[in-house]
Write a protein that binds this ligand. Sequence first.
Ligand SMILES: [Cu+2]
Length: 293
Amino acid sequence: MNRSRIIGVATVIVVIVCMMAPTVVLGQTDGPVASGHIIDGDYGYGMPPNASKDGHNVDNLIHILHWFMLALFVAWGIFFVYCLMRFRARAGHRATYDPVKAKVSKYAEIGVAAFEAFLLIGLSMPIWAATKNEPPAKELATHVRVVAEQFQWNFHYPGTDGTFGRTAAAFVDTVDNPLGLDRSDPAAEDDVFATELHLPVNKPVICDLTSKDVIHSFFLPVMRVKQDVIPGMRIPVWFTPVKEGRYEVACAQLCGNNHYSMRAEMVIEDDASFATWLEEVGKVEEFDEDELD
Ligand SMILES: [Cu+2]
C-alpha cells in the first residue's frame, strides 16, 4: 500500500471514529442541574423525554429523518472511499474529467429526491397540520402569557376570573412590576406573576409569547415546542402535557451575554397541586404589595 493511500484510509477512519466517539464514550450523561434542582427525565445524549400528547409525532419524524441521513451518509461514504481507491494515481492510468453517464447514479438521485418529497409532503406537512392548525378551545385550556426578557422568563396567569389585566410598557418596573400590570384595572386584581411555569397535567395549554427587548426563543424540549419570541408580537403556541414532573424551559435564541442563564423550570402537576400553587403565589404577591405600601 503506498503512502498516500494509507493517509487517505487513515483519514476516513479517524473521521468516522470522531463522529462515533460521543455515543460510545459518553453514552447517557446525567440530567442537568438547574437552580439547584435535578430536573426529571433523561436529558442525556439521546432525545429528551416526551411529556406531551403530540410529541411522539415529532419524534417519529426525527427518527425517520436520522435513519435516512445515516443511510445517505454510509452510502456516500462507501462511494467516496471506492472512488479514492478506484481512481487513484498509478502507473498506466490517466485521469479523465468527463462526467460519468451511468443509469444507476441517475436512478439513485431520482430515488433520493422522491423520498425527500415524500418526507416533506407526505409526512411532515400532515403532522404539522394536525398539531398546529387548530388551537384548543380557550375555555378548555390553561391560558398563560409568557413574557421574555434579557435574561428571564416571566409567566402571567389571568387568575380566577380568567381575564388578563391590562398591561402597558409605562407601568413596567423591573423589581415590583416586571409585567407592566395596570393595578387599577379590576381584571388585574387576581392576576398571578411567576418565574416558574406551573401547568396542570392532561389539559391543553395555550401560551401567548411576547418579548420586552430582543428576539428570544421559547423552548420546551419535553413538549417538543420551540417558537421564536418577537418584541411587538403576541405569538400563541399550544400543547398538552401528559406526564407530571419538573422540566426545563430554555431560550433557544442567542439573545445576549447571559443567554446561557436564561432558563426556567416547568412543573407539570395534578389539578389540586396546581390550584394550591396558584393560590400560594397569588398570596405572596399581595404580601409584597402590603410591604411596599
Ligand atoms: Cu433569550
